[in-house]
Write a protein that binds this ligand. Sequence first.
Ligand code: ADE
Ligand code: ZN
Length: 325
Amino acid sequence: MSGLPKVELHLHLEGAAPPAFIRRLAAEKHLDISGIFDARGNYRYRDFRDFLKVYEAATSALQTPEDYRRLTLAVLEESAASGVVYSETFLSPDFCGGRDLAAWREYLHAIREAAEEAERKQGIILRGIVTCIRHFGPEKARETALCAAETADHWLVGFGIAGDERMGAPKDFRWAFDCAREAGLRLTAHAGEWGGPDSVRDAVRDLAVERIGHGVRAIEDLALVDELAETGIVLEVCPGSNVALGLYPSFRAHPIAELDRRGVKVTVSTDDPPFFHTTMAREYEELHRAFDWDEGQFRRIARQSLDAAFCDADTRTRVAQKLEA
Ligand code: ADE
Ligand code: ZN
C-alpha cells in the first residue's frame, strides 16, 4: 500500500522540516534552540500547546527566502519518496517576512522556484495555501489575508487558519476569509481537532470553508456527521498527528474509518510529519493495519483527495494521469 500514488492536502511547510535540517540552519546562524530537541535529535514537546511553541522555535531558524528554498526541496524530496504526486502546503506570511508584502513575495518566489525544481526532478506537483495563525489574533490575520490576496494565482490557491483552536472564534476571522475569497482563493480552516463538533459547525457557518483541517471530532455528533456527508465538506484528516498529540490512543481508535463509512469525504495527510514520526507511506501502512484498507480503498481516497484539491482543471488532469499510471 505504501507504494501507491498519493495526494496530500494538509502539510505545514515549517512543520515538515526535518530536525537535522533545522539544527543545521540554527548552527549556521549561531542560534541556540537546542532545548527543542531530545537526546536522539528529534523534536521534543509535552502537549499541543508546547508543540506550537517548539514549532515556532524551530521556525525561528528559517530566516531568509534561501532557507525556505532549501526547506521546500528537502520536504518535497521526502514527500516524493513516500509516493506523493500532488501536495498542498500551508505557507505563513507571519513566518515568511513578518507579513510584509514585498518580503512575502520574495519568500514565495523562492518556494515556487524550489517547487519547479522538484517537479522537474521528482515529478511531484506543489500548490500553496496561505494560512493565518489563530493565536496571533484577527488583526494579524487581516494582514496575512492581504498578502494572500495580492499573490493569489494558479499556484497560490487557498487560504486557511491554523494555530491554537481554543483561542478566539472563527467569526473573529471573517474579514480575513472574505478578503481571501474575494481574491479567488479557496478556503479551509483547522477545526474539530482541539475543539468539539461545534467548532466544525462554527467554521463552516462563519467562514464558509469547503474543507476542514482535521474535523475528526465531528464524530461526537452524528447529526453533524450526516450534515458533512450531505454537504460534501471535505475533511483533511491527519491520523498520525492526532495519535501523536494524544487525541486518540491508537490508529484503531481513530474515527477516520467510521467517518468514511458514514459518507463523509475524508482525505489522508501528515500535518507536520517529523514532529509526529510519520510520512505518507507510514500513514498508509498504519491505516491498512488498523482497518484492513485495501488498494481499492486507498485509490478511492486518493481520487477523492484530488477532487477536493484547490488546483485548476489542467493540473487536476495532469495529477489524475499520475494516479492512474
Ligand atoms: N500548526 C501546525 N500544525 C498544527 C496543528 N496540528 N493544529 C493547529 N495548528 C498547527
Ligand atoms: Zn495542521
